[in-house]
Design a protein around this ligand. Sequence first.
Ligand code: HEM
Length: 456
Amino acid sequence: MNKSGITFSNLKKAPPLLCGGLPYLGHALEFYRNPTALLQQGQEQLGDIFSFLLLGTQVTFMSGSKANEAFFRAPDNLLSTREVYKLTTPIFGKGLAYDTTPEMMSEQLGFVMPLLREERLQAYASLMVQEAQVYFESWDVEGQVDLLSVMNELTLIIACRCLIGREFRQRLSTEFPRLYRDLEGGLNFLAFFYPYLPLPSFKKRDKARIRVVELISQILAERKAREDEDENLLQTLMTAQYKDGSYLSDDNITGILLTLLFAAKQNTAVLATWTGILLLQNPQYLPVILQEQQQILGNGKEVSLNALRQLVALERSIKEAERMYPPIIMLMRKILRDFEYEEYCIPSDGLLMISPAVTHRIADIFHEPNRYDPDRFSPGREEDRKAIYSLIGFGGGRHRCIGQTFAYQQIKVIWSTLLRLFDLELVYQNYEPDYSTLVVGPQKPCLVRYRRKNIQ
Ligand code: HEM
């Protein structure tokens, strides 16, 4: 490469480098405090592509729908998820999900796919409603709750009930939520780079995983003895075979189950929370949502999948929350071979990053992007359809989320139940994102006041 950054081999240049930063740490401190602000600041200074140093690793950030497309369309042997998600290996287990080949990971996700098919989603609608009703029935006539904690509890209950099965759901009132919290405590910025440091949070994580395998093994043994053939993930995984004919070990089954729970629960809880906060901050959108609910679900009509699909105003408010506060604010890949994009060549070994949070605030795509406006998705406007890969809260391409429909369905059930049963009011004016966790929810405490409605 010459001084101007032009490579002799193909005349493509290296992306500009963000100035500032400390030796080795690079921009880690600013990134840790507020990654979105750092990326937006870099974009303002240097344009849609630039590199910066993060704990000794060169990270290249690209933004815009064209850049997102290049990122999502790249094959796994060029841009790899495996290395960047190695922080999940201590939780999901060796040889599972991101700790295996892309082919094997597809095989493992293939075991899960039948649980997300249309006919299963139909059956989940009533289970979700049951769980939400039971949960909210335990609330007093009036009070104050931490909305994020509520959503965390409820989405774990619903995910376990629908995806994993009755026995697992029954054990939820006891040990599992604590174990889950310990596992979750092992997912942080440091684990991205050093997942095996001897830290108390990582030790707790490892202890919790051993115990979760024991718990699942116990349930599996009981199930085998009973020859229960209830259709759920445990049953599916117990009888599933890899292409080579081998059956899954208890450790493997636990790993797939945890992969699914981790992918499903935290993101859904966070999106459900932002949906509610934004709606309560912008109450002018509530009457249409309530009216729609009354029309479609009023007078005790069945909350079927079809009915939920007709809640289009509520759906637009979820989509706007996804746009303004995507739970996963950035997506990363390890660059395995030099990656060429437009006039740039990004060298192998570094990380490539795109960001839903930054893309969703691009004014060329979304009109007045900092304004809450769910109607931007209404027929005739549909701002997300102007360009491919502009609304990317659920990713895109080969690693696109498999659970978006399940997540939207669940959030619709939760919010239609809450809005039917309670009047709600925010305790604070502002609810800011908490960047200390990988899935970015509002800072805690995230308080909301409720009062039970008088329903005849
Ligand atoms: C609001 C809720 C959710 C959000 C925002 C979300 C977001 C995402 C995103 C951004 C990705 C792509 C990651 C990447 O490209 O690196 C992803 C992948 C994935 N999601 Fe979700 N997700 C949600 C709910 C769910 C649910 C409910 C499930 C399962 C029932 C699920 C299962 C998965 C799985 C298995 C993958 C990996 C796919 C692959 O790599 O092939 N997610 N999700």
